[in-house]
Design a binder for this molecule. Sequence first.
Ligand code: ZN
Length: 428
Amino acid sequence: MQEDFHYYATYCAAYLAGYSHEESMEICYSAQFVDLCSRTLLSKLGGPKAAATTQLQLELMDARTDLTGLQDITRIWSSFHFLPRDLHAEVKGLKRYRDKYRLICGPNGDLVRDTVELAKGKSLQAAGVAMHVLADTWAHQHFAGTPSLVINNTNYHFFEILETEEGLKDRRVLFRHSASAPDDPEAGLYTNSVYQSSEKNIMNLGHGRAGHLPDYSFIRYRYMPAWGKYREIIKNNPEDYLHAFTQMIYALRYLRGDNPSFETDTYDVAAVSPYAKEIWAILRRRQLDASADWKAFGEKLSGRTIGDFDIGAYQKEYVDAEKGSKGNTFLGKFFLAALTQKSMVTNRIHSSGNSLAGISIDFNEKGFGGMADFASILEARADSAVEEITDGLLDQRSAEEFDSGGLKAEEFDSGEGAAAEEQGGEDA
Ligand SMILES: [Zn+2]
């Protein structure tokens, strides 16, 4: 998902859930900031590097792809953008990829409930972080936040489902690898990442092989995910995004105290029914960026102006704060929310017997939430706990699992898959 949903639509959801304009702005700012809080930014601000919620392209290029490096990547992307749906999913025939298979993202799993519950009674920043994670479970479903060709690859069988006057029609998606050319929905031309045959190549992280299609609310497509053993999947983004929007309202009502509990598969449809037509129209409009539509809708709801997202808005406050009071700043609260979420997800993955994300101490249970001056403690404890402890405690078995990648991937891409790659080569 992009700024149109994480910022503007999240504002609308928060306002519809009963938050004030000012509170809604803080929630949607935090939701959007999840896409920007990289280690590069954190080191510029002097913030705790373990609070990174994303990795820049450049950081990913430099990232180590040994076991520790892969665990670091997996912690970030699984915790914030590809929340696993079922950590105990049974896999038929993909046994050696079981742990990666279990990291496939999807909505309404136990972890999304844990994510929302974790934000209860905490800051507006925590609510925003949770809304980013929840929304992404809808957009990014069927992909995993760990580099894996076997899980995340796509092939030539990829069709957009178009509504025409004669009914639904399929059109083959033409993928190209030009990062500079914008996607062209009218021509059906979309950019995706280059095929990389190595199982754990960084290009095989997340939905790169499906390009930005998962990020567009209007699009519907059918394709065969690599893990699906040639079973086709139909992705209906307008419906999924409507689920995301109404589930955010329901979750935010729970965080505000209106709903006594958060149950999965529950949506606040009543809150949107007066605006159903308008929301549905925004979701279905064929455009690469729906920001202007969501902004106009949000401003109509509240009668207030929704300012543009400004990455620098709260940086000075954090940098200038005294050492003991950084935790009370806007970004200080965001970093704590991020650390809490990351450690919770990492712990859940680890305790399911899956070592792909390494281990982490549980900040929520260790009680750092109440500490104002957490930055230096977290910096020390988080970086050493998250990165060094994992170094020391890895067992040989998990190392071997990582190194054995690639074989199954060749199976998938044998035969017809090769044709798609030839085609890809011409585009490049
Ligand atoms: Zn995301």
